[in-house]
Ligand binder design. Structure first.
Ligand code: PGA
Length: 253
């Protein structure tokens, strides 16, 4: 039985005060379920990771970073290593978010290095995959998702891959208000689980959590989560509002 997993991706939002305030409100509102009934994580910008980990230290809410570099230290101006994230109390890290793929230009090879380094550094990666609207319209969803998944996990043993959660985020649904239907999400999640079964074995396939992301909101969270292979939600916009994020957490329990 996979425990539901709800993660908030704050993207390039919040400030010193609002990041801490939002964290505290989420912790207070979810204290009866956090950790045991549902895994909860928030992913603030790098600059607020430390104050958010402090604010959440007495809670069961984990903290994740939105990106990481694959080297452990050295002359890499502007980059942050897995060691540094672990050092300040991060548990998770997003790898290959579509905004990093399509705005910053990250490749599958770079993302694979990040996933591998994150695991080696003791972090739990959330590997994001998903097709553009043009790719869906051209009937290429499975091809795109398959390539991103296989390249993202390339070279990882079963033990290492079991540290990873997958987030299926169709790019056309991110920040657009146009959510995938529960059936569209289920179809791709089922396909991802089938690919994992080909790459690894049944145990990993049963255990690994596959989150949906893309305009997840309080009013669609329950329908999305009711699908067999939707194990959680990666929430962008709605995770910046404590009440909305808490409603989504409730819908997942
Ligand atoms: P959204 O973002 O919920 O605002 O669509 C999701 C994400 O990009 O992770």
């Amino acid at each position: 039985m996979r425990k539901p997993f709800v993660a908030g991706n704050w993207k390039m939002n919040t400030d010193t005060h609002t990041s801490v305030d939002l964290s505290k409100r989420i912790a207070t509102g979810s204290s009866d379920v956090a950790g045991h009934s549902v895994t909860i994580a928030v992913c603030p910008p790098f600059t607020y990771l430390q104050s958010v980990t402090k604010a959440l230290s007495a809670s069961h809410i984990a903290v994740g970073a939105q990106d990481v570099y694959f080297e452990s230290n050295g002359a890499f101006t502007g980059e942050i290593s897995p060691f540094m994230l672990k050092d300040i109390g991060c548990t998770y890290v997003l790898c290959g978010h579509s905004e990093r793929r399509h705005v910053i230009g990250e490749t599958d090879d770079l993302i694979n290095k990040k996933v591998t380094a994150a695991i080696a550094g003791g972090l739990l990666p959330i590997l994001c995959v998903g097709e553009l609207l043009s790719e869906r319209d051209a009937g290429q969803t499975e091809q795109v998702v398959s390539q991103q998944l296989k390249k993202g996990l390339a070279g990882l043993s079963y033990e290492k891959a079991s540290a990873v959660a997958i987030a299926y985020e169709p790019v056309w649904a991110i920040g657009t208000g146009r959510t995938a239907t529960p059936q569209q999400a289920q179809e791709v999640h089922d396909f991802i689980r089938m690919l994992l079964a080909q790459m690894y074995d049944d145990q990993l396939t049963d255990e690994i959590r596959i989150l949906y992301g893309g305009s997840a909101k309080p009013d669609n969270a329950e329908d999305l989560m009711s699908q067999d292979d939707v194990d959680g939600l990666l929430v962008g916009g709605a995770s910046l509002n404590a009440d909305d994020f808490l409603s989504i957490i409730r819908a997942a329990v």
